[in-house]
Design a protein. Structure first.
Length: 367
């Protein structure tokens, strides 16, 4: 109960700002993800706190149930004793066990010391790493000038709005702290996700098929942002390489797809998968994103007019309405995408989001 109360009181989320994103942006876009709009530090801390309430193994389940049962029996005995007090009979043997009491006091004292030292030493070991927002509490034997003793559980280190092109192409090197992840080449199975209601696939052009969707028949929303090659490479039936989804991507330059072999024994759509794809066809096999709809990688030419200032109006050769924006946490660059412009106008009108600058955002309605 204390953990839940802490999470409810400590977590802040601008629901009005998020509602604007849900109304303005198309389904499945980056800005419609709730975790993107929330404070990453708060999300990390609360996620770890709530995870501690989960029962992850049979042994943990038995331990918790056993402790609760023992506590219930002891509480029942106390209540019964208070209702029917009994006279204590005198005994020839003494009832006081001084040695046992002393052992119990020493044990409690050792536990307090162990917990205090674990918290103190682990916090001291993580002082050189302010980006470590959640760390384990372990008794650490600190070594002088050591940078590898921090028992870090969650690390957040990122600049969501680089102001210069150099900051964008040469970010701070954190490879010594975080290992690189391999690109996902195969979609994970959904076997145990029977209660899944929303599935969003974003930025996975290397995947050419879908797993069996039978376990997730309760889906209420299935969205694929951008290209889904399984819609045209023969996974769902006929192969049509002339489809935009199988051609070279107009924004990212992703190579064209190829047809799956007709005599294949795997990567075959199951009836349940075909049924769900047909049900959500408008959002699963929709159009490919085009230039102007999705911002490409920033370049010095489109970053220079912004000079590191968000939401400033920037000029374009064809006089198209454009704004300086850090799309998908990339560098601040000039974009003609109408969605962030409309989003910022609504934020200013409703008084939510970042405080507006009358000098830079007067054209958006800031006064």
């Amino acid at each position: 109960m204390l953990v839940v109360v802490y999470c409810l009181s400590a977590f802040t989320f601008d629901r009005t700002k998020f509602a604007i994103n849900m109304e303005v942006y198309p389904s499945g876009w980056f800005e419609q993800t709730a975790s993107v709009n929330a404070d990453p530090v708060q999300v990390a801390v609360i996620y770890k706190s709530l995870k501690s309430l989960r029962i992850m193994s049979v042994l943990e389940c038995l331990s918790r149930v056993g402790v609760n049962v023992m506590f219930s029996f002891r509480l029942h005995d106390i209540v019964q004793l208070s209702r029917r007090p009994r006279r204590l009979r005198s005994s020839v043997y003494p009832k006081r066990h001084r040695l046992g009491a002393l052992g119990l006091v020493l044990y409690a004292l050792l536990v307090v010391i162990f917990v205090e030292e674990s918290m103190r030493t682990s916090a001291q070991a993580c002082q050189p790493h302010p980006e470590c927002v959640v760390n384990a509490h372990r008794w650490t034997i600190l070594q002088s000038s050591s940078l590898t003793q921090c028992p870090c559980l969650m690390l957040i280190d990122g600049d969501i709005a680089p102001k210069t092109f150099d900051e964008w192409i040469m970010p701070k090197n954190v490879t010594d702290k975080v290992a690189n992840f391999l690109a996902l080449q195969e979609f994970p199975l959904l076997t145990n996700l029977h209660n899944l209601e929303r599935l969003v696939i974003v930025g996975l052009p290397s995947i050419d098929s879908l797993p069996d969707l039978a376990p997730v028949q309760s889906l209420k929303s299935f969205v694929v942002s951008d290209r889904g090659t399984w819609c045209c490479n023969g996974f769902l039936g006929d192969c049509d390489l002339s489809s935009d989804k199988c051609m070279v991507h107009p924004v990212w330059g992703t190579p064209a797809a190829t047809c799956l072999p007709s005599n294949r024994t795997e990567k075959i759509a199951t009836p349940a998968t075909l049924e769900l794809v047909q049900k959500f066809a408008p959002t699963v096999c929709g159009p490919v994103l085009r230039p102007g709809e999705l911002e490409g990688p920033p370049t010095p030419d489109i970053m220079a007019p912004c000079n590191g200032t968000l939401y400033r109006q920037c000029p374009t050769p064809d006089n198209t309405e454009s704004m300086c924006y850090n799309a998908r946490f990339m560098a601040i660059a000039c974009t003609t995408n109408p969605f962030p412009i409309e989003m910022r106008r609504r934020q200013i009108a409703q008084g939510v989001g970042d405080k507006c600058d009358p000098e830079a955002e007067a054209w958006l309605g800031c006064t």
